[in-house]
Design a protein around this ligand. Structure first.
Ligand code: ADP
Ligand code: ZN
Ligand code: ZN
Length: 809
């Protein structure tokens, strides 16, 4: 019986979740496994496309003539059986196409058309060396992927560990190399050289013996010097005499912020846990030992030692011979947290985050895949790390909205974590000082097991929070970004040599430009949003699409020269601070100052070494930072988030204020927090002031129940966009009809309405929000809609389906 392969193909204009059946040519029979990528013919023409083998069958229902797989791209599966299962569930639960889920799980080097190099890593026999590799030690997969005979030999060699396949950036200059040396002569030839040596040429004598011992292998130059104790000059003489040659060796790139981590002999010892930590660790360890896929919600105030709980639980998973995955939000994936994990687990740790280059990311992925790294720390997409035998998954700051991907597949890392926990029979720990309402509600219902760390380590009290009413300030002292109180405290810290953190949730200099004569506001030509003035680049920028234009000298509408800038941003505040506190050294940290690779880490390092008195930044400074000398935290505008048309606005404000407050007084010095606001009586601000999560939770739950929002209802958002407004609206109207006819009467459909920012990147957006408790038809209906969007009627209309959306703007 001939074998058949189920292949999910990559055809952007004709996406479907249905795999296609292909013949496996007899010559490829042994090589085709589930999880490898293949090249298959598609459609009528000669076109070929890439696809993933997702199943192997004996028979098919398809009646027509089957086409054969043309070539195989990988020698071994790039998608493990666990991730294959996961991809199916992901496509189903996020209303996405299977192919995009498969790609999402791979490092980008494996998505693009990457060079695939097959390299000899161990001794092979002459036939292989000459007939297949033509005397070289590597060859390109493209040259052999159509040749089943060679492929089957390669497969055997790979299984025997004699060759390895590597995926490289097209531009090989990107691959990081060090100098290696390799003998150019064989044993006997080297022996002949030795005879002609001067009797006192001891060093060269030793070099010859060393080269003979290499048996033709390449070694790192540094390594060779270390082992032999010979000087580089000796090797250089050997090179001149033709005994050896220098060759580049590719090495794993070590991400910048991980250099200088300790070797495995000098790891940090675990701390002695306090009673609360110990209780939490015990519960988690039991679950690890019992292979129980229990979900824990670890709720602990900032500085209560949650991270130590994670680290000791991870240690237990490792002790059981298992692996562990720890996710942190991108924004708090600072060198501080990474280093804490590296100091504890050394070379067992792999780090995955967005500021790694594609090459670095791939190197880390490969270390995980080969089982060389057993602990993975990373941001959202690290949840797809190819770890095997997972014993524990940790999600720190579980309430963070960045755990949800805002493009297809719109998955939430928390849900994927739970899926992998189940699959691996491993517990999942969700940690936060301010859990999302959804998670906390689940803990109340005992779906999650609640663990608490109610006190800060060392019994430090949480810093007192002062609320400054900016309405009074403006009346008394005129417009300023700084209240008298905050200025006074800042000056006091300067004098004492202590440090301060200031948060302002807007970057740039001024948030918009308005003409005083005609009222015109300078807007982005592509989006429905005003342009922000940036002084460092001397341009007006759009924060949505990146559009940039020169600062106008006159109003583009009435040509008046009476232009004024309103609103404030980090740049302007920095300038103001220089005037108000002339001696203060300030580090500004926002998207603009951290765009260059490594800058984020560098600025934090400078602040940590007290090379600045004030760290001024956007919300990227609110999380995860632990600087013992910081005793003052100021929030300049607590209100920016409150007015947004989003039911989570209060929750986000409460979270942010609680997080940023936690940056003060972390060591033995008492800290203080000052929050400036125009809404001093708002419950989110009042509850944050009292550090009272419980009170906030109750109040917010009540409001959610009244308004019918999560966690009382589930939500799905559908959005359609098109460069012409009528087309976007029309598409949404069609979808609305479909929904109205198909959904149960208890389900609520809001819209269609234009989105809050109706135009972005030259496209108009219309949306529908569905709220439901239980609707048996919804799932299938949404899939029908998804499939429909691939039809002609939806030409150029982009439709997205977002389950459990994090933003409604
Ligand atoms: P969280 O993650 O809850 O904000 P951390 O884990 O960062 O808290 O802990 C805050 C500080 O307390 C850190 O400097 C950490 O090293 C220290 N710490 C945590 N647990 C202990 C402990 N059991 N004994 C001593 N110090 C601890
Ligand atoms: Zn004007
Ligand atoms: Zn724009």
């Amino acid at each position: 019986m001939p074998e058949l392969a189920q292949v999910v193909v990559d055809v952007p204009t004709m996406q479907t979740n249905q795999p296609y059946t292909y013949q496996i040519p007899p010559t490829l029979e042994k090589q085709i496994q589930v999880g490898v990528r293949v090249i298959v013919p598609f459609g009528n023409g000669r076109r070929t496309v890439q696809g993933f083998v997702v199943g192997i069958d004996q028979e098919t229902k398809y009646e027509g003539k089957l086409k054969p797989i043309q070539a195989i791209m990988d020698l071994q599966p790039v998608i493990s059986s666990e991730l294959m299962e996961l991809s199916k569930w992901l496509a189903d639960s996020t209303y996405s196409f299977w192919i995009s889920c498969l790609y999402t799980m791979l490092p980008s080097l494996l998505k693009a058309k990457t060079a695939r190099i097959i390299r000899i890593i161990d001794e092979v026999d002459e036939h292989v060396a000459f007939d297949i590799f033509h005397g070289k030690d590597e060859l390109e997969m493209t040259d052999v992927q159509d040749n089943p005979k060679i492929l089957s030999e390669l497969l055997k060699l790979q299984k025997a560990g004699k060759i390895a396949i590597e995926y490289q950036v097209e531009d090989r200059a990107h691959a990081k190399t060090v100098t290696g040396i390799r003998p150019r002569l064989n044993f006997e030839q080297l022996e002949d050289e030795r005879i002609s040596l001067h009797s006192n040429a001891h060093a060269q004598n030793r070099l010859i013996s060393y080269l003979q011992s290499l048996n033709g292998q390449t070694v790192k130059f540094k390594e060779a010097q270390r082992i032999t104790g010979l000087k580089p000059a000796t090797f250089n003489q050997g090179q001149k005499k033709g005994w050896l040659e220098k060759v580049p060796i590719e090495v794993y790139r070590q991400p910048l912020d991980m250099q200088g981590t300790p070797d495995d002999q000098h790891l940090a010892a675990p701390l002695t846990l306090n009673a609360d930590q110990e209780a939490a660790v015990n519960k988690i360890n039991h679950a690890i030992d019992d292979h129980a896929s229990q979900v824990f919600l670890l709720q602990g105030v900032t500085g209560s030692g949650k991270t130590e709980v994670y680290l000791q639980s991870i240690a237990n998973a490792l002790k059981q011979g298992k692996t562990a995955l720890m996710l942190v939000p991108e924004i708090s994936l600072t060198p501080q947290i990474v280093n804490r994990v590296r100091r504890r687990f050394g070379s067992k740790v792999a780090v995955l985050h967005s500021s790694l280059s594609n090459g670095e990311r791939y190197d880390e992925w490969r270390r995980i895949e080969r089982g060389e790294a057993q602990v993975v720390v990373g941001a959202r997409s690290a949840i797809f790390a190819p770890l095997k035998n997972i014993g524990l998954i940790v999600l720190d700051e579980e309430h963070e909205s960045s755990y949800k991907q805002d493009e297809s597949p719109r998955y939430h890392a928390r849900e994927v974590a739970k899926w992998r926990g189940k699959y691996n029979h491993a517990p999942v720990v969700l940690g936060s000082a301010t859990p999302s309402l959804e998670s906390r509600a689940r803990a109340v219902k005992n779906v999650y097991h609640l663990l608490r760390l109610p006190h800060r380590v060392n019994q430090q009290i949480l810093p007192p929070i002062n609320i400054v009413d900016m309405r009074d300030e403006v009346k008394k002292h005129g417009e300023s970004n700084f209240s008298q109180t905050l200025l006074g405290e800042l000056a006091d810290r300067l004098q004492k040599g202590e440090q301060s953190i200031l948060m302002l949730n807007r970057r740039g200099f001024s948030s918009f430009m308005m003409c005083r004569d005609c009222g015109a506001v300078l807007k982005c030509p592509n989006c429905d949003i005003s342009l922000t003035l940036h002084m460092d680049t001397r341009t007006m920028k759009c924060h949505y699409c990146g559009h940039e234009e020169p600062i106008p000298h006159e109003c583009p509408n009435c040509h008046s020269r009476q232009i004024r800038y309103y609103g404030t941003g980090t740049e302007k505040v920095e300038q103001e601070l220089h005037q108000l506190l002339p001696g203060a050294r300030i580090i500004r940290m926002d998207v603009d100052t951290t765009r260059r690779k490594g800058m984020h880490a560098k600025l934090l390092r400078q602040f940590g070494h007290h090379q600045a008195d004030i760290l001024l930044g956007t919300q990227m400074i609110a999380k995860g930072l632990d600087f013992p000398n910081v005793t003052l935290v100021g929030v300049l505008n607590a209100d920016t988030g409150l007015g947004l048309p989003d039911f989570r606005a209060s929750e986000r404000t409460f979270d942010l204020l609680s997080q940023v407050s936690g940056r003060a007084g972390r060591a033995n010095k008492q800290g203080k927090v000052i929050i400036q606001t125009y809404n001093p009586d708002h419950y989110a601000i009042q509850d944050a002031k009292e550090h009272n999560y419980e009170k906030f939770f109750k109040q917010e739950m009540m409001l959610r129940r009244q308004a019918g929002y999560p966690p009382y209802y589930y939500t799905v958002r559908l959005m359609a966009s098109h460069p012409e407004e009528a087309k976007a609206a029309g598409a949404m109207a069609k979808i609305y009809e479909q929904l109205k006819n198909g959904l149960s009467s208890s389900t609520i459909i809001l819209g269609p309405t234009p989105r809050a920012i109706a135009r972005m990147k030259r496209r108009y957006y219309y949306q529908i929000v569905i709220k439901y408790k239980k609707d048996p038809h919804l799932h299938q209906l949404l899939f029908d809609i998804l499939q429909n969007t691939q039809s002609r009627g939806f030409k150029d209309v982009q439709v997205s389906i977002d389950p459990d959306p994090q933003y409604f703007m």
